[in-house]
Design a protein around this ligand. Structure first.
Ligand code: PNS
Length: 163
């Protein structure tokens, strides 16, 4: 079985993430999209909410499952018996961090976890979850950044935060 994990914060999932998910789902028999449960990060959405958004967005992709994890990615991957992590690369600015993380994961896992990079489609190259949150905080238009149902949830969260 050719399986991979696509780990990330997904706070929230963007169209860029979804593009990577769809393309990775064509490359692997089984793809697990997994949300890092990082208590240290001040996330807009809870892990459960992020998982639920990803499930809704991927409901038509039969070989995609959504999960969450905490701790080290290599430990989670070992538990699942998976040897490939998928990450999207938008620009050279992503490269340094991603290269370091991929090499650290190879070192920590003694070569058991490799990273496959997919270059982000050009139309999503500018997108990030942080910019989506910043635009939404100022009531800007995020309709080209996230699926419609996600945009509504982001605006709702922003309104709750302002109350
Ligand atoms: O969407 P993000 O925030 O860029 O995703 C980063 C993520 C979750 C892939 C990365 O932080 C991660 O794998 N964290 C788990 C902790 C870990 O394994 N760290 C060791 C590598 S430096």
């Amino acid at each position: 079985m050719n399986a991979a994990i696509y780990p990330g914060s997904f706070d929230p999932m963007t169209l860029g993430h979804l593009d990577i998910i769809k393309r990775a789902a064509r490359m692997f028999d089984d793809l697990t999209v997994s949300v890092l449960d990082n208590k240290a990060k001040n996330a807009l959405f809870s892990v459960e909410e992020r998982v639920s958004i990803l499930k809704e967005a991927t409901k038509d992709l039969d070989n995609v499952t959504v999960d969450s994890f905490n701790g080290l990615l290599i430990d989670y991957a070992r538990q699942k018996g998976v040897h490939i992590s998928v990450r999207g690369l938008r620009a050279i600015t992503d490269f340094e961090y991603e290269l370091q993380t991929a090499q650290t994961n190879r070192m920590l896992s003694k070569g058991a976890l490799d990273t496959v990079f997919l270059t982000t489609s050009l139309e999503y190259a500018y997108l990030s979850s942080s910019s989506v949150k910043e635009i939404a905080a100022f009531e800007g238009d995020i309709s080209q950044c996230v699926p419609g149902f996600v945009a509504e949830l982001v605006y709702e969260k922003m309104r709750e935060k302002k109350l």
